[in-house]
Design a protein around this ligand. Structure first.
Ligand SMILES: Cc1ncc(COP(=O)(O)O)c(C=O)c1O
Length: 452
């Protein structure tokens, strides 16, 4: 057993008074070497420059092995596992997360499959509030224009159908400063409060997916409080391991982050933090089980028979990240520095620019692609992405930026979202740089590609 598991009390809290923040933990293993890092990711396809950690994350071999061990414990003696191990194991994972995110109480932390599920939990109770007459038809939910597609659909399904008025915050891209975002956010809140209506919920991304930008979430939550917004949900699907995450600092009612994107967990596991408050207790997992009514954390810990292993490896992942200098904080700072350096190198080579200043980038950076590639629609971005994968062995998502003045000639209409994670090398980015330079040299245009 890992030493830090041994001092867990019954309720999953650690006896160590000083471990509120993970970076303060005493290191228990020697630092990982470069060759050990390579071994941990030797299952990655060697033919692909994988500069898209943002989409699906990555899982090292030692964690895949730990995941398998948990599954075998279940398969060896399912009844003993169910009665004696599962709940305790999930509580340990919740306790690790509680410390990572600086929550007050382990009861505020539920483990769910992914950010999509967390959004459904939060939005479902908003739907009920409309249906049960606690919110009035026409009361508003505010979300960013760049909210994740699945979350927008969830808002459509749970809020719009129940009579809620959905307002999108129009965000500029490329973006130069937090102030531009804050100004647009204030406008959307004003709109929501016009005609005597109320803003019942604000959905704020911590890091938008596409285009990827860090949102000044602390400032926006503060504005929501000043403006009387009922509830604030932060969709931080990319956050843990990628930006600083501190529940007391951010002050949202609900906050979710995947652990399979930037925290090395196997697919799939996420947490949903719900601030302790009696007003907000009507939260339920959308998959109803025997545990219905026993609190969200317990409901979420049993949604019927299935494989729970990915939720149980969180303490092992903490041990893994603590083998790096500075733990998860050290990893994220180095990833950020390197991805900015790589983004600037690519922009310089292609004569383009980054989509935001470095301090608005996480471990993902938007890099402008040469205008001569002729990216003129979202369909073109998918065609080009497929072409880069199949002909050049580069995996990278691309964003289509509609030209603001309608004139596409000479302006950047495509931005690549590059990621950096511990397994990447500078050659991955050189491969991408050279692929684009070759396409430009050959006078390639997206019109030449057949639809996907
Ligand atoms: C901002 C944002 N929200 C939600 C999600 C959904 O995450 P998942 O597919 O793990 O549920 C993503 C996935 O990339 C995302 O970027």
């Amino acid at each position: 057993m890992d030493p830090h598991h041994e001092d867990l009390k019954e309720n999953g809290e650690s006896n160590d008074e000083n471990n509120n923040h993970v970076c303060k933990k005493i290191k228990i293993s020697p630092l990982i070497s470069d060759s050990e890092i390579r071994d941990e990711f030797s299952h990655h396809d060697p033919g692909v420059a994988r500069i898209n950690n943002g989409s699906f994350g990555s899982c090292p071999a030692s964690i895949i092995a730990a995941n398998k061990q948990w599954l075998l414990r279940f398969l060896r003696q399912p009844d003993d596992f169910f009665f004696n191990q599962l709940r305790k194991g999930i509580l340990e994972s919740r306790s690790v997360i509680k410390n990572l995110i600086n929550a007050d109480d382990v009861e505020e932390v539920s483990i769910v499959d992914n950010a999509t599920t967390a959004a459904a939990i939060v939005l479902q109770q908003i739907g009920w509030a409309f249906a049960e007459g606690r919110f009035q038809k026409g009361d508003a939910v505010v979300m960013l224009h760049y909210a994740y597609g699945a979350v927008k659909k969830s808002i459509q399904a749970y809020v719009y159908r129940s009579g809620g008025y959905v307002i999108e915050v129009q965000l500029p891209f490329p973006v130069d400063s937090n102030e531009e975002i804050i100004a647009e956010f204030r406008k959307a809140l004003e709109k929501g409060k016009s005609n005597g209506k109320k803003v019942r919920l604000a959905v704020i991304d911590h890091i938008t997916s596409m285009p990827s930008v860090i949102i000044p979430v602390k400032e926006l939550v503060k504005i929501c409080r000043e403006e009387g917004v009922d509830q604030v949900f932060v969709d931080a699907a990319h956050a843990i391991g990628n930006v600083e995450v501190d529940m007391k600092e951010i002050g949202a009612d609900f906050y979710t982050s995947n652990l399979h994107k930037w925290f090395f967990c196997p697919p799939s596991v996420a947490f949903l933090y719900c601030r302790n408050s009696s007003e907000l207790s009507d939260l339920h997992h959308p998959v109803v089980s025997h545990e219905y009514g026993n609190g969200l954390a317990i409901e979420s810990a049993w949604i019927g028979t299935r494989d729970y292993s990915s939720q149980l490896v969180v303490p092992s992942v903490l041990d893994f990240v603590n083998r790096f200098e500075g733990g998860i904080e050290g990893i994220r700072k180095r990833n950020h520095d390197v991805v900015v350096e790589m983004g600037e190198m690519l922009a310089k080579s292609w004569g383009t620019n980054l989509g935001s200043p470095p301090d608005m980038c996480s471990s993902m950076v938007m890099v402008g692609l040469p205008a001569s590639l002729g990216i003129s629609s979202e369909a073109d971005t998918f065609k080009l992405r497929t072409h880069l994968r199949e002909s050049f062995g580069v995996e990278v998502p691309i964003y289509f930026k509609t030209p603001t003045d309608g004139n596409k000639d000479g302006c950047i209409t495509g931005y690549a979202r590059i990621s950096h994670q511990i397994y990447n090398t500078v050659d991955d980015y050189y491969k991408f740089r050279d692929a684009i330079n070759q396409l430009v040299q050959e006078s390639f245009n997206c019109m030449m590609l057949l639809p996907n």
